[in-house]
Ligand binder design. Structure first.
Ligand SMILES: [Ca+2]
Ligand SMILES: [Ca+2]
Ligand SMILES: [Ca+2]
Length: 489
């Protein structure tokens, strides 16, 4: 658009004024209005927004210029004259303040009439034009989020809704955490910008997006965590909105298991978790006991797995280690970060005990204990095995110096156990494993483990593979009472 600067107008007006000067000098003592431009264009203005324009009135005359009125010719137009000068001294200028407030998205025009005492142009019209345009409006909800207490080691999620309620699509330019925000808060999902939020969806409702924030409470996190989410968009009234975020911490309770003591097969063990605590006092605690591991084949269970104090009875026949874990949960729902763990070993009462188990659930492996290396494998009474489970060794007729097949197993995983409470001295006992039955197993190969306990402690362990029925593996010789173990292969 061609615009004439005020300086140029002023210069041309002066030139005109001098040109009008004739021989009659009194004609110069008059007001002289420099008419404003024909048209004042407000340009596009978002609907319901206001835009002011100043329409300059300039008096280049030598007398003051009286402004009688500034009016709009039309009714019901979205222009309004806010103020205007009443009088302008010689060479003075002042603006007429006009406001444009478009009620809808369309073009508007009106005519402003300026009435002055300028003798040449007492009435001057200015054409007012403007366009009601669209604009984006950004609504953010909520303006603050309080996650409250979240359990240590846990996380929570909340969403911020950004709604586009204007007449133009909202373009989000940035979604970010303000500097200094706690790293405990992170966005979940995409916050890539620019992102366009339509002002109207297919169903006619305002478009919206969700900004999801996750609050992760790492173990040992500070008690209070704060952040601010900044959302910047093309709403001209408010380019940026912020959401204050806060969260506190529910400390995880700490499980404690009292010492389990010394175990033996058949013993009732007390599991006492009553010393467990919660750092911030969310009581009562709830308890969860788990028997994490036990000797293969042991039937032991925990009597009251949800009780603070309970018991378990160790398998009466099997030696080995039992591992229990205790998890506690506080009254506000925080669970211990790591369970407490305790173990107890059921040490066999027998001076000598041989245990065997295997990894194939179908096959049957047999354990043999020979009274002496010279005994023929599989013969009675010198071989203690399933067909000869309690032979009379040592002093004939005296059962106190006899071995016993404590546990027989016809399929995997075993175990089979031979216990010897009181082995006679100056002897060498020999251990064998025999692949007895494959029960039609498609894959009969079995990894067999034999453990030898002396005075309650594991002194020897060996794992080997038996591939097919009839295979016999010589495990070890045990010298007694020295307890020296000599592997056979
Ligand atoms: Ca707590
Ligand atoms: Ca067997
Ligand atoms: Ca005997």
């Amino acid at each position: 658009m061609f615009r004439v600067s005020r300086a140029l107008l002023f210069a041309s007006a002066l030139a005109g004024a001098f040109a009008a000067c004739g021989p009659d000098q009194t004609s110069q003592v008059q007001p002289q209005l420099v008419p404003p431009p024909d048209t004042a264009d407000f340009g596009p203005v978002p609907v319901l927004n206001e835009k002011h324009l100043g329409i300059d009135v300039l008096n280049v005359g030598r007398a003051s210029l009286k402004v009688f009125s500034v009016t709009l010719r039309e009714d019901n137009v979205p222009f309004e004259i806010v103020s205007h000068p009443d009088e302008l001294g010689a060479s003075e200028s002042a603006p007429i303040d006009v406001v444009f407030r478009p009620p809808a998205e369309q073009d508007y025009s009106a005519t402003l009439t300026l009435a002055t005492d300028d003798p040449e142009s007492p009435l001057v019209d200015v054409h007012l034009v403007g366009k009601g345009s669209t604009r984006a409006v950004m609504e953010v909800e909520p303006d603050a989020i309080d996650f409250g207490r979240v359990a240590e080691g846990d996380a929570a999620v909340q969403a911020i809704t950004v709604r586009s309620t204007g007449t133009a699509d909202l373009i989000l330019e940035e979604i970010a955490f303000a500097e200094g925000s706690s790293p405990a808060f992170q966005f979940l999902g995409s916050v890539t910008t620019p992102a366009t939020v339509p002002h109207r969806k297919e169903n006619g409702l305002p478009g919206e997006i969700k900004v999801t924030v996750r609050y992760t409470v790492e173990p040992g996190a500070p008690d209070v965590n704060n952040a601010v989410v900044r959302i910047r968009g093309t709403d001209p009234d408010q380019r940026e909105k912020t959401v204050a975020i806060t969260g506190t911490v529910n400390r995880a309770p700490i499980p404690v298991i009292a010492d389990l003591g010394v175990g033996a097969p058949g013993m009732e063990v007390t599991l006492d978790g009553s010393a467990s605590t919660d750092p911030d006092g969310d009581v009562p605690l709830s308890y969860h006991w788990v028997l994490r591991s036990k000797p293969l084949g042991a039937m032991t269970t925990i009597a009251g797995p949800e009780q603070p104090v309970t018991t378990m009875t160790l398998d009466p026949k099997l030696p080995g280690e039992y591992v229990v874990e205790l998890e506690v949960t506080d009254a506000a729902g925080a669970t211990s970060l790591t369970p407490a763990r305790a173990s107890i070993v059921a040490a066999p009462a027998e001076k000598l005990l041989v245990e065997m188990f295997w990894d194939n659930t179908v096959t049957d492996i047999d354990l043999h204990l020979l009274e002496d290396p010279s005994v023929t494998f599989g013969t009675i009474p010198g071989d203690c095995f399933y067909q000869n489970p309690n032979p009379d060794w040592g002093v004939q007729g005296d059962p106190t110096d006899d071995p016993t097949l404590i546990r027989d197993a016809l399929t995997g995983y075993g175990p089979e156990v031979i216990g010897y409470v009181n082995p006679p001295e100056n002897k060498t006992y020999r251990v064998f494993a025999e692949f007895a039955h494959d029960h039609g197993a498609a894959n009969p190969a079995s990894a067999v483990t034999v453990r030898i306990y002396e005075y309650g402690k594991v002194q020897y362990e060996k794992t080997f593979t038996l591939n097919e029925k009839g295979e016999v593996f010589g495990v070890a010789d045990i010298d007694w009472p020295s307890g020296k173990i000599k592997p056979l292969q």
